[in-house]
Design a protein around this ligand. Structure first.
Ligand SMILES: [Zn+2]
Length: 240
């Protein structure tokens, strides 16, 4: 999905004898073998695989990885990961909902390290795409607020995103501010186009926002615009 690939995280238990694998990534069996090599090098056996959401760049290698170690896969879609669930048994990982990028997006707070595995919410080097069939901008803004509060209150001090570099507290807070401004300026742009051309047809608004982009990405970009239009519906003033 991105030029930076997907980050896979290995969370060790308190005895450092087993681990949880988060977001095994793309690549099926090849990737599963790479993860096996990595775990063998560290000297830990995985007990679980979890995903922050089920987009293919995060989950593709999960089936092969689980089959290899005969371990379960926990996902939000299957009801295993939802707000308030704690993965104990030596791990101390809290699950929080971070909907917006997708309806099944969750974050994992590793309590001992004060870090949040945040999936596809905020990236340092790029913008997160809100173009999935179940992307929701209102939920996404709530998620940004929530992550911001967790950082501001010191409950977490580092973000480990699904793509790109990790962010320490100050960098993450700054980046969340940039993300919010970026989204609002895009929303203003969409609102202007709607006003100008008097059209609420998503395809024609998308053509105005992304002129000349008529390749296969067009469907995705059209959905990106649609998600913004869904948000703007009934919204008279953008939040400050
Ligand atoms: Zn995703």
């Amino acid at each position: 999905m991105t030029l930076l690939g997907t980050n896979t995280f290995v969370i060790l238990d308190s005895h450092q004898s087993s681990c949880v694998l988060v977001d095994p990534g793309e690549g099926g069996e090849t990737r599963a073998r790479e993860l096996e090599f990595l775990c063998t090098q560290i000297g830990v056996a995985p007990r679980l695989v979890m995903v922050t959401h089920d987009h293919s760049d995060h989950i593709e290698a999960a089936a092969a990885t689980c089959a290899q170690w005969r371990i379960p896969l926990l996902t939000a879609r299957s009801g295993d990961l939802s707000e308030g669930i704690c993965i104990g048994d030596g791990f101390d990982i809290d699950v929080i909902e971070l909907k917006g990028h997708s309806a099944d997006s969750v974050g994992l707070i590793v309590r001992g390290d004060h870090v949040l595995l945040s999936g596809d919410v905020v990236f340092l080097e790029s913008w997160c795409c809100l173009g999935s069939c179940d992307s929701d901008l209102r939920a996404y803004f709530n998620t940004l607020n929530r992550v911001e509060s967790l950082l501001a209150e010191g409950e977490i001090c580092e973000l480990l995103p699904g793509h790109g570099s990790m962010m320490r507290r100050d960098v993450a807070l700054k980046r969340i501010g940039e993300y919010r401004r970026h989204r609002f300026s895009r929303l203003e742009q969409v609102r202007e186009v709607i006003k100008e051309c008097g059209s609420i047809d998503c395809a024609s608004v998308a053509r105005r926002i992304y002129p000349g982009m008529i390749d296969k990405r067009n469907t995705l970009l059209q959905r990106v615009v649609e998600v913004q239009m869904e948000y703007l519906e009934g919204q008279t003033v953008l939040p400050a």
